[in-house]
Write a protein that binds this ligand. Structure first.
Ligand SMILES: Nc1ncnc2c1ncn2[C@@H]1O[C@H](COP(=O)(O)OP(=O)(O)OP(=O)(O)O)[C@@H](O)[C@H]1O
Length: 352
C-alpha cells in the first residue's frame, strides 16, 4: 500500500518573508527592494516575462544567490546569510540536474550516501520517496531511459529527501510537452496539498500560475506589480502591465483614465440593435450607445470564439470571447458590422 505523503515527508510548512530584498548584478538592478510574505503551506507562483527577476528572487530564497540588500526570513528566522543547506528549503531545477550515470534510486539516495548513511537504509528511504511520486517501477532505470515527466518525478523525490519546509521550483514544467505539462501540473498541485509544505514556483506562463497558485506574484522589471489569489489578480488587475500580461482583457481609455474590461464581458449585438445599458454610475467607463465595430477575425477555440473587433473610429482593436453557443456566423462572422458595449460594473479602473 502506498504510504500517505505526510508519513514519508514529516515536516511542517514555513512562511517565507522578503523584506526590502534587492539583487544587483554589477550595474544592473535585477530585483528592486521587494516586500513579500508567502504564508506557510501556500502554493506561490512567481509570474512574469523573461528578465523580470523571478529566478533571482527564487535563488535568493534558496541561498544560491547572495542578497544585495534586505532580508530573507524563513519560518520567522533570518536566513539571509545562511548556507542553502541550513535553510530548510530544497530546489527543483528546470533541467532536473540528475546524474546520468546513476539509477533513479541512486539519484534520490545520493545525498544520503554523501552523508555516510548505510546502503540498506538509504535505499529504503529513496524507495519510499520514489513510491510517493509513483516511480517505484522505474527505480533501476538511468535518466536517459526515462521520459521528461518521469525525470521530473525523480528530481522531485530527490528534493524531498531532506524533509524541506519549502520547495522551490524553477520553471519545473517548461521542458515538458504541452500534454504532459498539464498532467504534471495537476500532480504538483496534488503533491503540494498532500505534503502540506510551502511551494514557490517560477513560471512565465499565466495559465500555469492561474491553475496552480494560491498566491500569484506578478513581477515586472524587478518589481512586484501585484500579488493576490488568481481570482483577485485576474478580476482586478491593478496595472495596465498586469492586465496585458495576464491576457483576456481589453485595456481602454477615456479622458486620460485607463480601465479594463474582460474579453468575455464585452457585449456584442448585430449592427442596428440598440444596446440596453445597465445603470451607469456616470464614470464614463461604460459606453452608452456602444462602439461600432467590424469583426476582423473570429477564431474557433472549442468552447469559445475569440473575436478581434476593429472600431470604426480607428481606436485600438478589441478582443471578445464569445461562447460557442452564442456565436452565430451569419451575424458575427468576419466583416460583420456589430455594436460592442459593456456594463459599468464590468469596467475595472487601473492605477495610472
Ligand atoms: N549572474 C548574472 N549576472 C548578471 N546579470 C544577471 C545574472 N543573472 C540574471 N541577470 C540579469 O538580471 C535580470 C533578472 O534575471 P532573472 O533570471 O532573475 O529573470 P527571470 O525573470 O527569471 O528571467 P527568465 O524567465 O528569462 O529566467 C535580467 O536582466 C538578467 O539578465
Amino acid at each position: 500500500m502506498v504510504q500517505p505523503a505526510s508519513t514519508v515527508v514529516k515536516t511542517s510548512a514555513a512562511d517565507i518573508e522578503l523584506v526590502h530584498v534587492s539583487k544587483q548584478y554589477g550595474d544592473a538592478l535585477a530585483v528592486d527592494a521587494i516586500d513579500l510574505r508567502i504564508p506557510g503551506g501556500a502554493y506561490c507562483c512567481l509570474l512574469g516575462p523573461s528578465g523580470c527577476g523571478k529566478t533571482s528572487t527564487l535563488r535568493m530564497i534558496a541561498g544560491h544567490e547572495s542578497v544585495s540588500d534586505g532580508d530573507v526570513l524563513i519560518g520567522g528566522r533570518n536566513v539571509t546569510r545562511e548556507e542553502p543547506a541550513s535553510r530548510g528549503t530544497a530546489m527543483v531545477f528546470q533541467s532536473y540536474a540528475l546524474f546520468p550515470h546513476l539509477s533513479a534510486l541512486d539519484n534520490v539516495a545520493f545525498s544520503l550516501k554523501m552523508r555516510g548513511v548505510a546502503k540498506d537504509a538509504r535505499r529504503k528511504r529513496a524507495g519510499e520517496l520514489l513510491e510517493l511520486v509513483a516511480m517505484s517501477a522505474f527505480a533501476e532505470r538511468k535518466p536517459a531511459q526515462l521520459s521528461g515527466g518521469q525525470q521530473q518525478r525523480v528530481a522531485l523525490a530527490r528534493a524531498l529527501l531532506n524533509q524541506p519546509r519549502c520547495l522551490l521550483l524553477d520553471e519545473p514544467l517548461s521542458a515538458l510537452d504541452p500534454f504532459l505539462r498539464v498532467q504534471m501540473r495537476a500532480e504538483l498541485k496534488r503533491w503540494q496539498k498532500e505534503l502540506g509544505i510551502t511551494f514557490v514556483h517560477v513560471t512565465h506562463s499565466q495559465e500555469e500560475a492561474m491553475a496552480l497558485a494560491d498566491l500569484v506574484v506578478v513581477m515586472s522589471h524587478g518589481h512586484i506589480e501585484q500579488s493576490g489569489t488568481p481570482h483577485e489578480v485576474f478580476n482586478r488587475p491593478r496595472t495596465e502591465f498586469v492586465a496585458r500580461f495576464l491576457g483576456g482583457h481589453n485595456v481602454l481609455g477615456t479622458s486620460g483614465r485607463l480601465f479594463t474590461v474582460r474579453a468575455d464581458h464585452l457585449r456584442i449585438a448585430p449592427h442596428g440593435v440598440t444596446p440596453v445599458q445597465a445603470a451607469s454610475g456616470g464614470s464614463g467607463m461604460s459606453r452608452i450607445g456602444g462602439v461600432a465595430c467590424t469583426v476582423r477575425e473570429a477564431e474557433y477555440q472549442g468552447t469559445h470564439l475569440r473575436m478581434t473587433l476593429a472600431p470604426l473610429d480607428g481606436s485600438p482593436e478589441l478582443i471578445s470571447m464569445m461562447s460557442d453557443a452564442e456565436y452565430d456566423p451569419q451575424r458575427f462572422g468576419p466583416e460583420a458590422r456589430v455594436t460592442v458595449w459593456w456594463d459599468e460594473q464590468d469596467a475595472h479602473p487601473l492605477a495610472a
